[in-house]
Design a protein around this ligand. Structure first.
Ligand SMILES: Nc1ncnc2c1ncn2[C@@H]1O[C@H](COP(=O)(O)OP(=O)(O)O)[C@@H](O)[C@H]1O
Ligand SMILES: CCCC(=O)OP(=O)(O)O
Length: 358
């Protein structure tokens, strides 16, 4: 029997679960307010706070850490890697601590997993379907600057799980479907799953603005901003990553608040909320053209997909491409647990990560 600790450090929450084989013993999501997080300058400084929280929640739910047989976490912003499981090793911890592709809360997952594993005689620790799974086709990588390439970066864990769920429900194999999946969360990313691979995707730096991200911006204005007084990389990243989107316009990252403002007659809220919807729809259409519009279904998932208003308005704009299906929320904790379980049972092999020094 397996007892697996599952961790998912996100930008606005830490999700923690323990699974006994396929069954959840508990699943908890602890929200982090902007106030709580603003005292940390970098993500890695949140290490102690998030690790203690994970261990406390486990203890509170009556699970002894000595009973764990494996640990699995959402993977962070590693250099481009393949889909599926990777063993957490010292190279991965080094990469996420000193040379991640970018700052992101998920960078903490493998670092905390390694530390807990070491305290427990090196029980196996894994990451699964990391943020930087990159299966983009060469055609989808090209930009207009020879020195820049498009990269795969997104909510791969939830988006692949949603695509696989759709395949199962429609009696097909993941290898036979063509779907566009939009993860509508604190950050919004979209992906095109075509014959078993994510052949194109739109990351949070290119796509729609979201509750806390600026999304794709007019590049000439970005250059002016970067060249302005007092700007540096850290301030710029913070502005577009956590202070953009709804946060920038209204100072809140809770979509429900903005939707309520709109419904109560606030004109600015109506304009911005409907623009967010338009941006999601526009980016779905962008992905559909890679396969000449040959999409079986469009899938909307993530927290915002609980909003009937949001999903219906997106559907109105994109249903000319393919039918829309809504899987509200995310299935990340179960996807992580089942991935680790397959590895523990020898049904899948975990790959080995090797660090890439810049
Ligand atoms: N019923 C709802 N209607 C609209 N938005 C919602 C609803 N429930 C949650 N959300 C929004 O979903 C977002 C978080 O989505 P989630 O997928 O949990 O996030 P993340 O990708 O950041 O982990 C927040 O902006 C939250 O306000
Ligand atoms: C860059 C994609 C990953 C991401 O944005 O995750 P969160 O929305 O959880 O911050």
């Amino acid at each position: 029997m397996e007892k697996i600790l599952v961790m998912n450090p996100g930008s606005t929450s830490t999700k923690i679960a323990v699974y006994q084989d396929e069954t959840p013993v508990f699943v908890e999501s602890i929200e982090h307010s902007q106030d709580e997080l603003k005292k940390f300058d970098t993500i890695i400084e949140q290490y102690e706070m998030r690790k203690d929280l994970i261990l406390d929640v486990m203890e509170k739910n009556g699970v002894k850490k000595e009973d764990l047989t494996a640990i699995v976490s959402r993977g962070g912003l590693l250099p481009p890697i393949e889909a599926g499981a990777y063993k957490v090793n010292d190279d991965m911890v080094w990469q996420l601590t000193y040379a991640p592709q970018n700052e992101h809360a998920s960078n903490l997952g493998a670092v905390i997993a390694r530390a807990i594993s070491k305290e427990l005689n090196d029980i196996p620790a894994y990451i699964y379907d990391a943020v930087t799974v990159d299966e983009l086709e060469p055609l989808a990588r090209v930009t207009g600057l020879p020195s820049m390439q498009r990269k795969g970066m997104g909510h791969n864990l939830n988006m692949r799980a949603a695509a696989m769920k759709y395949a199962k429900e429609s009696g097909k194999s993941y290898n036979d479907i063509s779907v566009v999946v939009a993860h509508l969360g604190g950050g919004i990313t979209l992906s095109l799953h075509h014959h078993g691979r994510i052949v194109d995707m739109i990351s949070d730096d290119e796509g729609p603005f979201s509750p806390e991200r600026a999304g794709g911006l007019p590049v000439f204005q970005v250059i002016d901003m970067a060249a302005s007084e007092g700007m540096d990389k850290k301030i710029m990243m913070k502005t577009v990553k956590s202070q953009g989107g709804l946060m920038g316009y209204f100072g809140v990252n809770d979509t429900r608040i903005v939707e309520k403002m709109m419904k109560d007659g606030d004109k600015k809220a109506g304009l911005i909320y409907n623009a967010m919807i338009l941006n999601v729809a526009r980016n779905i259409a962008k992905l559909a053209v890679y396969v000449d519009g040959g999409i079986d279904n469009i899938i909307l998932t993530g927290g915002i997909a609980y909003s009937e208003y949001f999903t219906k308005e997106v559907e109105k704009r994109v249903k000319f491409i393919a039918p829309v299906i809504v899987y509200p929320g995310e299935n990340e904790m179960e996807s992580l647990a089942l991935g680790a379980l397959r590895v523990q049972r020898g049904e899948e092999t975990a790959k080995t990560f090797v660090k890439v020094e810049k």
